[in-house]
Design a protein around this ligand. Structure first.
Ligand code: AMP
Ligand code: MG
Length: 400
């Protein structure tokens, strides 16, 4: 049996980021930058107004007050996107709107609320002074041309895509999205919608894992159910290895006579790196590679499959998609009841953290118990023999 740390280190050593490719910005959401990106232009690209108001020379309105306004002559108007071609002279002003380019000669903006109009539309009364550069947004104030905009390994999230679009970038280089094969083995398994004969159960691992894979922005390819025979397992695995960047299967990795996954993988030329984890749930777990394609043979028990996926497969897939340092999201909380690990393997216990940060067991902890999985929002890592008293501050590994 291998420890979780050693298993994870081995997995991360064996999997590598995929090739990079050019993608349109609109298709880049949640992908990972393969190249750093420098700002191609200054942002904003020109000095502009932060307010709806009037462009002025600050020195002209220094003495303005409500009881003694300064009168300026209005020589033009600049909506956002337009340009005032002239030069602002002494005691002149130009009306402008938020984002409009500052006219030559002006060095400040008086906001509309600090002005009054007269019966003569060509005159403006300024009621408050402004300092030089007040209400002006400067060219390059947000981002200077050639500054580092995105670094390699960074996720293209909503805000990153926003600033890239604001910089006029229409396509980027990103790591390819991993195509992941997802198989479930077991002659007892049926798809929902089919009648169940005696001894059969509905299959649930593929959809649960597919959903977690979707959170990691991958393309999953869900295969039909695989019966427990060496040939059927080899046929399905071969197709998976030939068409995908990584292969995940569930079931058939234990010590039973009908557990053919390891055998089928080896027969296809796969090299097993390790089998069996010192972990609960999730002891039977096989990891290996066939050519450059990693293989994760997860246990069939739904909880074991999801826990091992979360602890070992997810970090690997995030590395494949180009993330440099990925960590599970953690929620801090305080134990509302004592939790003890009586066993000799690290136990990842299904827990529920409520809004007040109280952490409770999510129910019965058998590896076949789906109910406590669906009641949980994360996992608590409890070491062999460890006894955590009520009131202990703990870190819960979130599912998402
Ligand atoms: P195995 O790892 O193949 O020995 O399966 C262990 C247990 O998990 C058995 O009770 C199986 O019926 C069950 N099981 C295996 N695969 C699935 C699956 N995809 N969905 C639901 N239960 C499964
Ligand atoms: Mg089985």
């Amino acid at each position: 049996m291998i420890s979780l740390e050693d298993a994870l280190a081995k997995v991360l050593q064996e999997v590598q980021p995929l090739e990079s490719e050019g993608v349109c910005l609109w298709d880049a959401a949640d992908r990972i930058a393969s190249d750093s990106i420098l700002a191609p232009i200054d942002l904003p690209p020109f000095d502009n107004s932060a307010m709806d108001g009037y462009a002025v020379r600050a020195q002209d309105v220094q003495s303005a007050s409500p009881s003694s306004p300064v009168t300026l002559s209005v020589v033009g108007e600049i909506p956002a996107g337009s340009v005032f071609s002239g030069q602002l002279g002494v005691s002149q002003t130009v009306r402008l709107f938020t984002g409009a380019i500052l006219p030559d000669g002006a060095d400040a903006v008086v906001m509309q609320e600090d002005t009054a109009r007269t019966v003569d539309p060509r005159l403006l009364l300024v009621l408050e002074p402004v300092k030089p550069f007040e209400n002006v947004r400067f060219r390059g104030e947000d981002l200077k041309k050639s500054a580092l905009l995105i670094s390699r390994g960074q996720v293209f999230g909503f805000a990153q895509l926003g600033i890239l679009a604001a910089s006029g970038i229409e396509s980027v280089r990103a790591f390819a999205r991993p195509k992941i094969a997802l198989l479930a083995t077991g002659s007892e398994l049926r798809d929902a919608g089919q009648p169940l004969a005696k001894g059969q159960i509905y299959e649930s691992n593929r959809i649960a894992i597919r959903t977690l894979l979707d959170h990691s922005s991958t393309d999953s390819k869900v295969f039909p159910l695989v019966t427990d025979s060496l040939q059927a397992t080899k046929d399905a695995l071969l197709e998976a290895f030939e068409s995908c960047d990584a292969v995940i299967s569930t079931g058939g990795v234990s010590v039973g006579d009908l557990d053919f996954v390891k055998q089928a993988f080896s027969d296809l030329g796969g090299r097993i790196e390790f089998w069996k984890l010192a972990l609960k749930p999730g002891k039977p777990f096989v990891f290996g590679k066939r050519k450059s394609v990693p293989f994760f043979g997860l246990p069939g028990n739904p909880v074991s499959a999801l826990v091992t996926f979360q602890l070992l497969v997810r970090p690997a897939i995030n590395k494949m998609r180009g993330m440099i340092s990925w960590r599970h999201r953690i929620t801090g909380g305080v134990l509302a009841e004592p939790i003890k690990n009586h066993g000799d393997r690290r136990h990842f216990v299904r827990v529920k953290v409520d809004e007040a940060g109280r952490v409770k067991l999510a129910g019965s902890q058998g590896s076949h118990i789906l109910r406590s999985l669906s009641e949980s929002n994360g996992l608590l890592d409890v070491f062999p023999g460890e006894s955590l008293a009520q009131g202990t501050t703990v870190s819960v590994i979130n599912w998402d």
